[in-house]
Design a protein around this ligand. Structure first.
Ligand code: IPE
Ligand code: IPE
Ligand code: MG
Length: 255
C-alpha cells in the first residue's frame, strides 16, 4: 500500500461499517507462526483501518472482536486474546482519544476479569464526548444472546404482547442508539454471519473478501466502500428512476 496515494473522492459513504475481522489464525499459519501472532497482527491492522475510517468520514465502525462462541477455543488462545485487548487499551487509548474516536462496547463484560472490565469502562468514559468516529467493539457478543436479553428485559419491564414492535425490540438491543450497519465486511472469504448483528443485518449490504484480516488495509477498505456506492438498496421496493445507481463503469443505471 502506498501511504501517499490519492483516493478518488467517494460518491456515497456508508454511515455505519461493521466488520467481521476473520482470518487471523490462517494468516499466522501461512507464515508458520502461532495463532496469537495472527491476532497481534490483526490488532496492528485495526489501527490502520480506524485511521482510514476517520479519513473517509465514516461515522460508525463496529468490529467483531470476540464472539460468545469464541470461549470454546483453547484456553491459551482465549487468555492470549484477553491480554491483547488489555495491551491495546494501554497502548492505543491516548492516540484514539486524540483522533476523536469514541469507544463503545456491545456484548457482556461480566465474564471478563474485573481488571479488564474496569479498563474497558474507563476507556469508554474517557472518550465519551468524542464524535469523529464511534468505534463500537463487539466483545463477548452474540446476536442470539443480544435478542434473548432483549426479550428478558421486555418481560421484566412488563411490556404487553400487543406493544411489541420491531422498533421497540430495537430499543432493547445493545445497539439501541446506533443505526443499523449499511455494509458488513467479512474478511478471509467465509460467507456466514457467525451470530453477528443478526437483527441489525436485515438490510445491510454484504462484502466478502478473501483477504485475511491482518492484510485488509486502507486500499481494501476503499474498494469495499466504492463497491458499496454502486449497490442499489431496494428494501423490498421497486426503485424510482431517480434512485437508480449507475454501474461501476458509470455508463448506465442498472434499473
Ligand atoms: C478472527 O480470526 C479473530 C477472532 C475470532 C478472535 P480467527 O482466529 O477466527 O482466524 P481463523 O478463522 O482461524 O483463520
Ligand atoms: C467470527 O469469526 C467471530 C469474530 C471474528 C470475532 P469465527 O472465526 O469465530 O467464526 P466461525 O467459527 O468461522 O463461524
Ligand atoms: Mg475465524
Amino acid at each position: 500500500m502506498d501511504p501517499d496515494k490519492n483516493y478518488k473522492p467517494l460518491t456515497k459513504i456508508p454511515t455505519h461499517i461493521a466488520v467481521i475481522m476473520d482470518g487471523n489464525g490462517r494468516w499466522a499459519r501461512a507464515r508458520g507462526l502461532p495463532r496469537l501472532a495472527g491476532h497481534r497482527a490483526g490488532t496492528e491492522n485495526l489501527r490502520r483501518v480506524i485511521a482510514a475510517c476517520v479519513e473517509f468520514g465514516i461515522q460508525y465502525l463496529t468490529i467483531y472482536a470476540f464472539s460468545t462462541e469464541n470461549w470454546e477455543r483453547p484456553q491459551e488462545e482465549v487468555s492470549g486474546l484477553m491480554l491483547i485487548v488489555e495491551d491495546v487499551i494501554d497502548r492505543e487509548l491516548e492516540e484514539l482519544n486524540r483522533q476523536g474516536v469514541q469507544l463503545r462496547h456491545i456484548g457482556h463484560l461480566e465474564r471478563l476479569k474485573p481488571k479488564l472490565q474496569k479498563k474497558v469502562l474507563k476507556a469508554i468514559e474517557k472518550t465519551k464526548d468524542n464524535n469523529r468516529l464511534i468505534l463500537n467493539i463487539a466483545f463477548n457478543y452474540g446476536g442470539r444472546d443480544e435478542i434473548t436479553c432483549a426479550i428478558r428485559s421486555m418481560i421484566a419491564d412488563g411490556i404487553k404482547a400487543e406493544e411489541v414492535t420491531a422498533e421497540l425490540v430495537g430499543k432493547y438491543l445493545f445497539t439501541r442508539d446506533i443505526p443499523d450497519p449499511d455494509i458488513i465486511i467479512r474478511t478471509s472469504g467465509e460467507m456466514r454471519i457467525s451470530n453477528f448483528m443478526i437483527w441489525q443485518a436485515a438490510y445491510a449490504e454484504w462484502y466478502v473478501t478473501p483477504t485475511f484480516w491482518p492484510d485488509f488495509d486502507k486500499d481494501e477498505l476503499y474498494k469495499a466502500v466504492v463497491d458499496y456506492a454502486h449497490r442499489e438498496r431496494r428494501y423490498g421496493r421497486v426503485l424510482e428512476p431517480s434512485e437508480c445507481v449507475p454501474d461501476a463503469d458509470e455508463t448506465s443505471p442498472r434499473c
